[in-house]
Write a protein that binds this ligand. Structure first.
Ligand code: DER
Length: 227
């Protein structure tokens, strides 16, 4: 319960950063969902006017229900502010994301944003990446068995992500996700380069240099850290 309260405080704190006229990347996951809901309240109560750029089908559906005008990332010149959650954040503000399966579009939108805000509850802040969370890797459906083998040669303990029905999980983009466990995860930058060098890997859940403001929620409020 306390984590949910902390998530809500982080989301509400970040929502205040949105000003009328902005183009705002809307993240995916439960914390980002609370952000979208808070922005919907501000649209209804204050007449806030901004354009949302969703990072997943589920975020787009939620935002549409709340009358938030949306554009695809390819239909906007740039994104002023991106607000998204994270699975883990280390002391250098490097992140693991992708537990929700939206990492490719999340990373694309984050990369075109001028300012990236990460909203988390305290348990996401970790001393070192990869101790508890695997690194999700989005891969081509074609050849995925061979890609999985190649990832194993990089030291990954691999697991093809499956849906509740046991079938391979398919991302919004039609790709598969191989969750890669590394313990320990030595150097995130080196690992990111190694993963991306595997033919058929589209993107990884290592978000490096993509956190300009970290908002850590607590049961009684939120702290904004400019990185
Ligand atoms: O999947 C994702 O990248 C989400 O943003 C995830 O990292 C955070 O989801 P949560 O807010 O539901 O914990």
């Amino acid at each position: 319960f306390e984590a949910d309260l902390a998530k809500a405080h982080a989301a509400r704190s970040a929502a205040e950063l949105v000003q009328s006229g902005m183009i705002v990347g809307l993240g995916s996951g439960s914390t980002a969902g609370l952000l979208v809901k808070r922005l919907g309240e501000r649209v209804a109560e204050e007449g806030l006017e901004f354009v949302g750029v969703p990072t997943s089908v589920s975020t787009a559906e939620l935002a549409r229900e709340l009358n938030i005008p949306l554009r695809d990332v390819d239909d906007v010149p740039a994104v002023d502010l991106n607000i998204d959650g994270a699975d883990e954040v280390d002391p250098e503000y490097r992140m693991i994301k992708g537990r929700g399966g939206a990492l490719l579009r999340e990373k694309l939108v984050a990369c075109v944003a001028s300012r990236r805000v990460t909203i988390v509850s305290p348990e996401k802040v970790v001393p070192r990446l990869g101790i508890d969370s695997p690194v999700p890797v989005e891969v081509s459906r074609l050849g995925y068995r061979h890609i999985e083998q190649r990832l194993r040669t990089l030291g990954a303990r691999t697991s093809l992500r499956r849906g509740p029905d046991g079938a391979p999980f398919v991302t919004d983009g039609g790709n598969l996700i191989i969750d890669c466990g590394f313990s320990p995860l030595a150097d995130p930058d080196t690992l990111e380069a190694g993963l991306k060098s595997v033919v058929g890997v589209f993107e990884t859940g290592l978000f490096l240099g993509l956190c300009d403001v970290l908002v850590v929620g607590r049961p009684d409020g939120a702290e904004q850290i400019v990185t």
